[in-house]
Design a protein. Structure first.
Length: 141
């Protein structure tokens, strides 16, 4: 009986934890997400030309180094998700600011872009990043 009560309590605790997490996620709207500094910086970086990035190189490097791990992951997610440039250009621009991106994009000639397809037709893309100063690689999808 004690085992059953323990299992029920653990199940209830996990359920409440998941519910609270989902409630928090649903409270974050698109506007507040798009106003995060790392999302704005990713959009600016993605829209900047190579010469603009070189001109603001120290600014970008400093800003990227000062991002927390969570902010850096969000920055990279937005770079990969929204970037319409050629994959080689994206990698080169990131290298300039001390970020290494490894991604195998089968449609590299069309750039990095989300595709509107059915879930059964979706192929997940994994990429890894390394920020200068970090001693580890990040694996994202």
């Amino acid at each position: 009986m004690k085992k059953i009560i323990t299992i029920l309590f653990a199940t209830l605790f996990i359920s409440l934890t998941v519910f609270v997490s989902n409630s928090y996620a649903s409270e974050i709207d698109d506007t507040s997400y798009s106003q995060k500094k790392e999302v704005i910086m990713a959009n600016d970086f993605s829209n900047a030309s190579n010469s603009q990035i070189i001109t603001n190189l120290s600014f970008y490097k400093k800003q990227i180094l000062n991002l927390t791990d969570e902010e850096f992951d969000r920055f990279m997610y937005n770079i990969v998700k929204d970037n319409q440039n050629n994959l080689d250009e994206v990698k080169a621009n990131l290298e300039l600011v001390g970020v290494t991106l490894n991604i195998d994009n089968k449609g590299a000639d069309v750039g990095i872009e989300p595709a509107a397809i059915k879930p059964s037709q979706m192929t997940l893309t994994a990429y890894s990043t390394k920020r200068s100063g970090d001693s580890f690689w990040r694996l994202n999808n």
